[in-house]
Write a protein that binds this ligand. Structure first.
Ligand code: C2E
Ligand code: MG
Ligand code: MG
Ligand code: MG
Length: 284
């Protein structure tokens, strides 16, 4: 028989759970309404060639500017969007919005050779039978060429033997869309999935960039991740570079591309364009 105190605790715990369930449901409803009301925006973070900071690509990162909750970052709402399935609609919106904005820029000003717009997608989108068609439609509507789009898939969410995922990835590949493996090094203990998918790019997770500065063992792990990337004929992109020392170290390890606050925070495309314009004028 449970003591009164324990029972009391349990009741509290249940009440708390119920409360958080209710809050989650409310947040999902708010997100659904926010999507309809245009409260979501896409920010873009530059991906650069480390040697000269030339623009190599952009990563589209979702933001929710909510009158009720304030500026909400994806870490706070993407897991809930995934759980509830809303990520499918939300992800489709990001894809359309990001391709449209970048294609518009491209029409006004030619983008560098090999430029890639990176869009994050969740596993729940990849298993949709029509995901390939959604991508094709976003490209058609925006006018962005398929080879200018990279779909980022987080390593930890990758299900290597799921037939629906394999079908989607084959479809994207056939369209000429690139695949990027996100957060490499954080997800799998087995690397067997690497021979099933063809990644154009591998993004080395920020945690390795930070750790490599702190001890030789971590530096060796970073080097190993870069070696794997190279042996897969994929392009390595380092995530989360915050200092020039980190950038220099990566260059010395033959990592040619990177992104991070040191080069630019995620920001609205108009702001990014202004910054790049100012940079170009200054260097003339
Ligand atoms: P991610 O794809 O790994 O994106 C990189 C994250 O690192 C972004 O966080 C970015 O703002 C942050 N970051 C960039 N440079 C630095 C740096 O120098 N230092 C530090 N500390 N952080 C840096 P953000 O925008 O909060 O996004 C978090 C995650 O949410 C993303 O991680 C991605 O997994 C997910 N996400 C964002 N947008 C979308 C989306 O449209 N769809 C889906 N499915 N997931 C998204
Ligand atoms: Mg990403
Ligand atoms: Mg990442
Ligand atoms: Mg990461």
């Amino acid at each position: 028989v449970a003591k009164a105190g324990e029972r009391g605790q349990r009741v509290d715990f249940d009440a708390c759970l119920l409360d958080s369930t209710r809050r989650s449901a409310e947040l999902v409803n708010d997100m659904r309404a926010a999507l309809a009301q245009g409260e979501f925006t896409v920010h873009f973070q530059p991906i650069v060639r480390l040697q000269n900071q030339a623009l190599h690509g952009l990563e589209a990162l979702l933001r929710w500017n909510s009158p009720k909750h304030g500026m909400v970052g994806p870490a706070q709402f993407i897991p809930l969007a995934e759980e509830s399935g809303l990520i499918v609609e939300l992800g489709q919106w990001v894809l359309r919005q990001a391709t449209q904005e970048v294609a518009q820029w491209m029409r006004e000003q030619p983008l560098p050779e090999g430029f890639l717009l990176h869009v994050n997608v969740s596993q729940r989108q990849l298993v949709q039978a029509d995901f390939g068609a959604q991508v094709a439609e976003a490209l058609r509507l925006s006018g962005l060429p398929p080879h200018a789009l990279a779909i980022e898939i987080t390593e930890s969410l990758l299900v290597e033997d799921d037939p629906a995922t394999l079908k989607t990835l084959a479809d994207l590949h056939a369209q000429g869309v690139r695949m990027a493996l996100d957060d490499f090094g954080t997800g799998y203990s087995s690397l067997s999935y690497l021979n099933k998918f063809q990644f154009f790019e591998v993004k080395i997770d920020r945690s390795f960039i930070v750790a490599a500065e702190q001890n030789p063992r971590s530096a060796a792990i970073l080097k190993m991740l870069l070696d794997i990337t190279r042996s897969l004929d994929a392009v390595a992109v380092a995530e989360g570079i915050e200092t020039p020392e980190q950038a220099q170290r990566l260059l010395e390890a033959d990592c040619l591309y990177g992104q991070g606050y040191w080069f630019g925070r995620p920001m609205p495309l108009a702001e990014l364009r202004r910054q790049r314009q100012a940079l170009a004028t200054k260097s003339l």
